[in-house]
Design a protein around this ligand. Structure first.
Ligand SMILES: Nc1ncnc2c1ncn2[C@@H]1O[C@H](COP(=O)(O)OP(=O)(O)O)[C@@H](O)[C@H]1O
Ligand SMILES: [Mg+2]
Length: 255
């Protein structure tokens, strides 16, 4: 029997009286690159935290390649092949940048695949090279600019070789040049090939982002959240024309 690559079904999360994620269902196919948009407080980050195991849903299921992974701990989720990056970056500031990337290389997923510890440094260096900060590998993470910290987050995530990569506002706080550079890395990563000795295919991706112009250029599908519910799901072209989306989020003046 065939099953969706990734699926959430009726996922619900309440914080006291507030329903942050309300019976959300969608499916994503292998190789898709999907944008997740919506106003502040719509529940996007909460959904990502439910998927990555940081939060447990009150009800509903999360399935990955047919397996029910609902309620798995964060490290078990990474082990299945799903990794997320965070809106707020929290590096080990006093450690070298490369050490920050070596830490996730020690996850069981990477080790099980026969990554000997001595190879981890080379792999971390590869990940830094991919995002374009390998020349700073030996500097302390505290020396990184905000833009480079965002790139470090992605290097840490790809070092685990995820099949599904979730990015929470990767362009947040970046200037247009930094945004463009990171968008290029993301596109290149999704196409696959250069990074990852074990996968020639890039990861499937879900990207939460407010910078719609940049996002629309890299995704092939957009899911729109509003008050914890999916109000639209379609191609970028369909989404920017959707009356409910314009009303709830985009605003008429933008288009
Ligand atoms: N840990 C929490 N405790 C209580 N309320 C929360 C918590 N996390 C998020 N919320 C609330 O849930 C709603 C959705 O938040 P969030 O998922 O961060 O939205 P978004 O990422 O779309 O801006 C907001 O009203 C927010 O205040
Ligand atoms: Mg958020």
């Amino acid at each position: 029997m065939s099953y969706p690559f990734f699926e959430v079904e009726n996922l619900t999360k309440r914080f006291g009286g507030l329903t942050a994620v309300n019976r959300v269902s969608f499916q994503i196919g292998r190789d898709e690159i999907v944008g997740l948009i919506g106003p502040n407080g719509a529940g996007k980050t909460t959904l990502l935290r439910l998927i990555t195991g940081i939060l447990r849903p009150d009800s509903g299921r999360v399935r990955f390649k047919g397996k029910d992974i609902t309620g798995f701990k964060p490290w078990a989720i990474v082990d299945q092949g799903i990794t997320g990056t965070f809106q707020i970056t929290r590096p080990f500031r006093r450690l070298p940048i490369i050490a920050n990337v070596m830490v996730p290389c020690l996850c069981p997923r990477a080790l099980k695949r026969g990554e000997w510890v001595k190879k981890i440094e080379a792999k971390a260096q590869d990940a830094l090279e991919f995002v374009g900060i390998s020349d700073m590998a030996l500097e302390k993470a505290s020396s990184l600019s905000h833009g480079d910290l965002k790139r470090l987050e992605i290097a840490k995530a790809i070092a685990t070789e995820p099949e599904l990569l979730l990015l929470d506002e990767p362009f947040g706080g970046l200037n247009p040049a930094e945004t463009e550079l990171l968008a290029k890395s993301i596109r290149r990563l999704h196409k696959g090939g250069r990074f990852g000795r074990l996968h020639s295919e890039g990861p499937t991706m879900i990207i939460i982002e407010h910078k719609l112009a940049e996002l629309m250029k890299i995704v092939d599908r957009v899911i729109v959240f509003h008050f914890g519910e999916v109000i639209a799901d379609g191609t970028p072209e369909e989404i920017v024309k959707d009356e409910r989306v314009i009303e709830a989020y985009i605003g008429k003046e933008v288009i």
